[in-house]
Design a protein around this ligand. Sequence first.
Ligand code: PMP
Length: 392
Amino acid sequence: MDWMEKELAALTGEGLERTLTWHAPITDNPGYLLRENRMLLDLSSNDYLGLAGHSAVVEAMRQALFVEGAGSGASRLVTGNRRPYRVLEEQLAAWQQSEAALVFGSGYIANIGVIQALVSRDDVVFSDKLNHASIVDGIALSRAEHARYRHNDMEHLRSLLNRHRDKRRKLIVTDAVFSMDGDCAPLQELVALKREYGAMLMVDEAHSGGLYGPRGEGLCHKLGLSNEVDIHMGTFSKSFGVYGAYVCGSHILIQWLINRARPLIYSTALPPSVITGISQALALVQDEHWRRERLSAASRRFRSMLGEAGFEIGRGDSPIIPIIVGDNAKALRFSSALEEEGIATVAIRPPTVPSGTARIRFSLSAVHSDEDLNRAAAAIRRIAIELGVLRS
Ligand code: PMP
């Protein structure tokens, strides 16, 4: 095992070694966390709507624990398919206006399971270069050819579609909102290409589910494209504040996944209390539109404050707002300096993002106050000037 020590030392030298840090939520002060016993403004988690500590969600889970017990005991095809699953999947299909829905253990698990079930050796997957790692891993496991197109570059995608015209099955897959950049996929153009080339289209709404559409259905619904998307995938670990994931689509798709998605077949079902918590969170996501509105306004305001300070910030209202620092060590110094100011962020470095594009990724929540965000924007500007990321 000597090689491991050497490899780790090399990672440390490049500013790329990761370590685990202890965190705790602060229940009476949402939007903040405790890190090593210090209270910090949390600009790094994905609890976009502030539901992770919501009392109704926690109470629903507590009650379900007493009725259903701690674990589900087996996979869903054995004896793990408890009543809360039926309730949630009916609720999900109605929310997404799809024929059917299926719950998975997590977003990561859903992506690897679905892609592997849809394509194999004779097929091709067209995937945006910035798609999430779980999509990349799903394609590798499927053994289909991986045709990566340049980020949001529809001309490049078209040329790859032409090159692979003769493949048996074609799947186009994209994040709706990109997790490390906060920009959106050109869904209208993707739908047009999918039609023209007879491909299947899968959209990962991990960072848009709950945030867009009148009832938080996601970006596809907001753009009126939901009927054109064959496979809708989203996770319950971010806007919903819980854990797990969903896939929505036709009856045939869901029946196929029940028969062919390996994580669904071979892994134990999520505990019923988690499923009940998601049901409660979904009700809040649908009904409490003010959370989406508040987050969208806060995201626009924070983007414009950073833009005025001199950062190149894309437009839009996604709550994911990165500042590209470039150098790994400098990104680490930036996040340490923010921590000194009482602000928790994470330096995102390769391999999560391409080499030379290390960044600080801010993620906002509906529970952040205007004062919190003003204070953060001022500290970010000051530190960026000190580190030479911005000119004064
Ligand atoms: N897809 C995307 C786009 C993501 O950002 C993530 C989470 N980082 C996932 C899938 C995986 O979701 P989960 O955390 O529920 O496994």
